[in-house]
Design a protein around this ligand. Sequence first.
Ligand SMILES: *Cc1c(COP(=O)(O)O)cnc(C)c1O
Length: 432
Amino acid sequence: MNISQLAELDPELYLTLQGELGRQRQTLELIASENFTSLAVLAVAGSVLTNKYAEGYPGRRYYGGCEFVDQAEELARARVQKLFQCEYANVQPHSGSQANMGVYFTVLEPGDTLLGLDLAHGGHLTHGSPVNFSGKLYNVVSYGVSPETGRVDFDQVRRLAREHKPKLIVCGGSAYPRQIEFAAFKTVAEEVGALLMADIAHPAGLVATGHHPSPWPYCDFVTSTTHKTLRGPRGGLIMMERDWENPWGRVAPKSGRVKQVGELLDGTIMPGIQGGPLMHIIAAKAVAFGEALKPAFKKYCGQVVKNAARLAQRFIDRGYNLVSGGTDTHLLLIDLSDREISGKVAERALEAAGLTVNKNMVPFDRRSPFVTSGIRIGTPAVTTRGMGATEMDLIADFIDRVLLDPDGESTALKVRAEVEELCRQFSLYESL
Ligand SMILES: *Cc1c(COP(=O)(O)O)cnc(C)c1O
């Protein structure tokens, strides 16, 4: 069934879905955490596997009839192990946040100390924000970036680690335009006896294809989403390079055997924090991991990085400040703190012109999180549509024109028409 068949069955929702499909087709999607999955991923995410309860893991489920969903989960696991060269993988987390919760609940007790990147400096809510479970349950200490370089301030990380002795250090973030410095974090973690977790939710696709350094052998745990640069269905993932005997002496109740860390992680995800896994999504993850193992995906990720570098250069040419002075990933952060326009106004003006971005705090932001002084721009989605250097130059021009005249109705209309023309040249989901 395709969407048009919904027209009679559920006319209200049909209009909503048509509206969203039209929006995705006719606008430039520049939100760094978004992407367009393949039709195969979409089809499997919308498949009959959504009907199946499969609490547990392959071969040891709480329910009967799991023969085929077991195959799907085993495929997803085997492919992701190959993709990231790791021995352990759990593909059940419903989201990136639940993958992080899975690691935290396994290694931390409430009140334990966690050292993570400040949200305003590019971190994620789950890295210790006070409004998130992580900030409520744990004693959170936050590190930031240096005002001069816009990169992680390792003097500060080391000082905070020595002073607060965190049990877990978290590296990675949602708005960090540079490569995650796994080796430097490991040096600090080792010095203070902390475990190290990398959250590669954003650059996962780049990591898988060698366009970003690997977290191995430095990180004890790696978590990720599957829907950002990895271009799969919305979901989460936990990995370890090698499974190992848990250092906390937790034993299996019957045998008295000391459990592997992987068993503990599996148990934290289910039954600890989740019930039935989303088997349709796990199968769609398998499809996406299979796609990511192909040479075309490696080429795609290379283009994502090239496009981001090109965009960054065009903004620098036009006199914009970028956090850290540029990018080596799929995203850039325009720092508007020296301009009158705020992130909030910029986001709204760009949306009216058909360009979707998100406002974002910049390090040392003087504006509130609801206003902000930055916008975050990412190239994964437009690169999936097939756009390259020529289009990046056009996009930088569109954004510049809107930011210079955020209230101008005719500018918005004119840019919008050019955006739509560009989008027509790079069709999306034609068969839907
Ligand atoms: C997006 C993101 C997550 C959370 O993913 P959800 O699937 O939205 O819960 C976690 N960590 C980082 C760094 C992210 O960017």
